[in-house]
Design a binder for this molecule. Structure first.
Ligand code: NAD
Length: 419
């Protein structure tokens, strides 16, 4: 008989991580049954009249994994590789992530399978508005609050807010976070993920007694999360020796001028061709000797075939799910200190929470208030995860999952279940 095996999907990985942490927590079968699976899964058709005059039908998704601890919360991704499985995985991670930083949200995620780089602004606006109207019954400030993710940005959020508000007849900024400041966005939201990544790296360096000043850093993915993390690390005296984006990589062993590189990326949309650097392939970039590697692109970029080439002391997971489980095991075996995604990149959703609070209160904070509160939340979450890591002698990833899943389990047990 012919048996077919398929590679593990991101959702398989999410379930495997859940089971490992649930076993370590000795969660009973009833609790697992209640919190393991998404609460709601929606697939929608998004027909758009393209600039050619023809209609193209895109497929979109919104998954609410949990609303046990509060409204579901999670970003929207526009990417050719978006699948329902991927969105389910990302929604699951959002649930545990919000619980790790102890903010009163559940987890959700959305996405459209599309190639935004090949679309005009008008096509993107039409697609976003049509998608919003398709998922409208699910979203709202008290129900489910989208935010930006890969290839979506404050402009995308402004269109979603406007489409949602049009159906109610008045402005409802709290339906999305990551909005432009002039529409009720929060100061500091745009750079929150990268800033949060930086705070967790600072904590890890303190724990490992590794000086951040002069540390060599490699950043894979130079978008929102990666470029801000690089900028903050550069500001703290670290040496960013290589960065990459989807079009190529640049390397300078003496350190790249990050503000200049951000300027180039803003102008041209790519890092390639940066003066005072040489180009480097994705494989060579991952194999560079460094103190800190920041994967900040997409899932599964570090796999069984390239994990053993890594020569980093710390891997700070700015991206969601950058390591496959096999790669994770290889790095654990070599005692690489991993700051797991649901802790490392939780700064984005933390400031999204601050934005939602400000929108609900119609009272806006100074940028420094946002930074100070974010630093407190991230460093306290790091301490909580590290404590479990040390006391229970489990890897940081399992410790983070135990913390998040444990909090959700406690909440669902206290709420009970509708008979
Ligand atoms: P973004 O669209 O701003 O940037 C993504 C970057 O990755 C781009 O520079 C792109 O060129 C690059 N890239 C894509 N494929 C690559 C590859 N194979 N090799 C190298 N670079 C590649 O997206 P973002 O918001 O920075 O998100 C990046 C990651 O961070 C995602 O996993 C996302 O889920 C995660 N994340 C983002 C936020 C946020 O607030 N933006 C919050 C939490 C987690």
């Amino acid at each position: 008989m012919l048996t077919m095996t398929r590679p593990a999907s991101a959702y398989d990985v999410a379930l495997e991580n859940f089971d490992t942490a649930a076993d370590a927590l000795e969660l009973n079968a009833d609790t697992r049954e209640m919190i393991r699976y998404p609460e709601r899964v929606l697939t929608v058709s998004v027909p758009v009249r393209m600039d050619t005059g023809r209609i193209h039908r895109f497929e979109g998704f919104r998954v609410q994994h949990s609303s046990v601890r509060g409204p579901a919360k999670g970003g929207i991704r526009f990417h050719p590789q978006v699948t329902l499985d991927e969105v389910k995985a990302l929604a699951t991670w959002m649930t545990w992530k919000c619980a790790v930083v102890n903010i009163p949200f559940g987890g959700a995620k959305g996405g459209i399978t599309c190639d935004p780089k090949s679309m005009s602004l008008a096509e993107l606006e039409k697609m976003t508005r049509r998608y919003t109207s398709a998922i409208l019954p699910l979203i709202g400030p008290e129900q489910d609050i989208p935010a930006p993710d890969v290839y979506t940005n404050p402009q995308t959020m402004a269109w979603i807010m406007d489409t949602y508000s049009m159906t109610k007849g008045y402005p409802i900024p709290g339906v999305v976070t990551g909005k432009p400041i002039s529409l009720g966005g929060s100061l500091g939201r745009n750079e929150a993920t990268g800033r949060g990544v930086f705070y967790t790296i600072q904590s890890a360096c303190e724990f490992l007694r590794l000086p951040l000043a002069g540390a060599r850093v490699v950043v894979q993915g130079f978008g929102n999360a990666g470029s801000v993390a690089a900028q903050m690390l550069h500001g703290a005296g670290a040496r960013i020796i290589a960065v990459s984006d989807s079009t190529g990589g640049v390397f300078n062993p003496r350190g790249l001028d990050i503000p200049e590189l951000i300027h180039l990326k803003t102008l041209t949309g790519r890092v390639a061709g940066f003066p005072q650097s040489e180009s480097i392939s994705p494989a060579d970039l991952l194999g560079l000797e460094c103190e800190i590697l920041v994967p900040a692109a997409l899932e599964n970029t570090v796999r069984v075939d390239n994990a053993s080439t890594l020569r980093a002391r710390i891997v700070a997971e700015a991206a969601n799910g950058p390591l496959t489980p096999e790669a994770d095991r290889i790095l654990q075996g070599r005692e690489v200190f991993i700051i797991p995604d649901i802790l490392c990149n939780a700064g984005g959703v933390t400031v999204s929470y601050f934005e939602w609070v400000q929108d609900e209160q119609h009272l806006f904070w100074e940028a420094q208030d946002v930074y100070d509160r974010l630093e407190r939340v991230m460093k306290s979450a790091f301490r909580d995860v590290l404590k479990l890591h040390q006391e229970r002698r489990v890897p940081m990833r399992i410790a983070a999952n135990m913390l998040g899943i444990g909090r959700v389990a406690e909440a669902v047990q206290l709420r009970g279940i509708y008979p």
